[in-house]
Design a protein around this ligand. Structure first.
Ligand SMILES: Nc1ncnc2c1ncn2[C@@H]1O[C@H](COP(=O)(O)OP(=O)(O)OP(=O)(O)O)[C@@H](O)[C@H]1O
Ligand SMILES: [Mg+2]
Length: 308
């Protein structure tokens, strides 16, 4: 099946000359959960806003369900639910009116059954007659999600859905995302919480300074996370790695006192025991051993730092 969203060579320069997106291309598959990670100002909201038709692109194009987002705007927009980063709600309106009204905006007939289902899924049913201004911040976030789901979209964008949300509500949102995915909804979320991407995404994309640095299957990324390094400090420096240790691909420090071994923690055998025996046999005497692990966070930080 063709991707549900296809972004080709997208660029955006805002009035004033800031280049917020630089030649971004990506395909989003039906039913996947894609997490977009990136520091403040990376271009995440800009990308989402273009796909949703709120901001116009300076170059490139986007299709949603095979339709161009500019020439077929009404169709593509009707497939999308957007939970914006900023809370934009009418303070004097009630919860249920807010959600009903949003459904109407997309030309969908009133449907109390759907609206009730959405409000219940977000534990807002008992708040349905309350005015927005009487709700807490977390509740308002829920209303934003309910509003985005009111017209039964096939794609849901969540722009930092859990910023400033307590742990419990965060977990609830993750559960909701799971349920929606089971219903076949494609979900794209932006987040600063790397553990959020770890918990719910199928794929992770990293954006920095308007460029998509990497987009990868989360499990593949987790395998990379599984890379651990062991620093072996020696009693006396060695000027080269003994030939019998070649298979371990060790890295020798400049002073010859430290050898670094990189291994996969998820592999059945890490090879550590054998390495230590072989080191001994090669006449190298250990002083101490230290291990460190590269986390997704580290991968992310390194990637972003390396961007020219
Ligand atoms: N309407 C606008 N006019 C001019 N510049 C803008 C506008 N909107 C965004 N920008 C700039 O474009 C860049 C990308 O902004 P964007 O909101 O897409 O980033 P973001 O990745 O969503 O960041 P955050 O994590 O802080 O939400 C920023 O430098 C921002 O200042
Ligand atoms: Mg943003």
């Amino acid at each position: 099946m063709p991707p549900i969203i296809s972004v080709s060579n997208l660029s955006k320069t805002y009035d004033g000359g800031h280049e917020a997106l630089k030649d971004v291309s990506l395909d989003i598959e039906r039913g996947e959960i894609l997490a977009l990670l990136g520091p403040n100002g990376a271009g995440k909201t800009t990308l989402i806003s273009i796909i949703c038709g709120i901001v116009s692109a300076s170059g490139g194009n986007v299709t949603v369900d095979g339709h161009d987002i500019v020439s077929d705007y009404r169709h593509t927009r009707s497939l999308i639910g957007l939970v914006p980063q900023e809370i934009t709600l009418e303070p004097f309106e009630t919860v249920s009116n807010t959600v009903n009204f949003s459904r109407g905006l997309f030309g969908k007939p009133r449907n109390p059954v759907i609206v009730e289902k959405v409000l219940r899924a977000l534990t807002l049913w008992d708040k349905k007659d309350q005015k927005i201004m009487a709700l807490s911040g977390g509740m308002k976030r829920r209303v934003l999600i309910a509003k985005a789901l009111a017209h039964e979209p096939r794609i849901l964008f969540l722009d930092e859905p859990t910023a400033g949300v307590d742990v419990e509500l965060r977990k609830e949102m993750w559960q909701l995302v799971d349920t929606l995915r089971d219903d076949g909804v494609t979900i794209i979320l932006t987040t600063h919480y790397i553990e959020e991407a770890e918990a719910i995404a199928n794929r992770v994309g990293v954006i920095n300074d308007g460029k998509l640095l990497l987009i990868e299957d989360k499990d593949a990324m987790m395998r990379r996370m599984g890379q651990k390094q062991m620093q072996i400090r020696l009693q006396t420096a060695t000027d080269k790695i003994p030939p019998q240790l070649t298979p371990y691909d060790l890295e020798r420090s400049e002073d010859g006192l430290t050898l670094t071994y990189t291994y996969d923690t998820m592999a059945e055998r890490t090879g550590i025991t054998k390495l230590l025996t072989d080191l001994n046999a090669a006449g190298l005497v250990l002083r101490d051993v230290q291990t460190s692990q590269s986390s997704l966070e580290q991968i992310f930080v390194d990637l972003v730092k390396a961007t020219p």
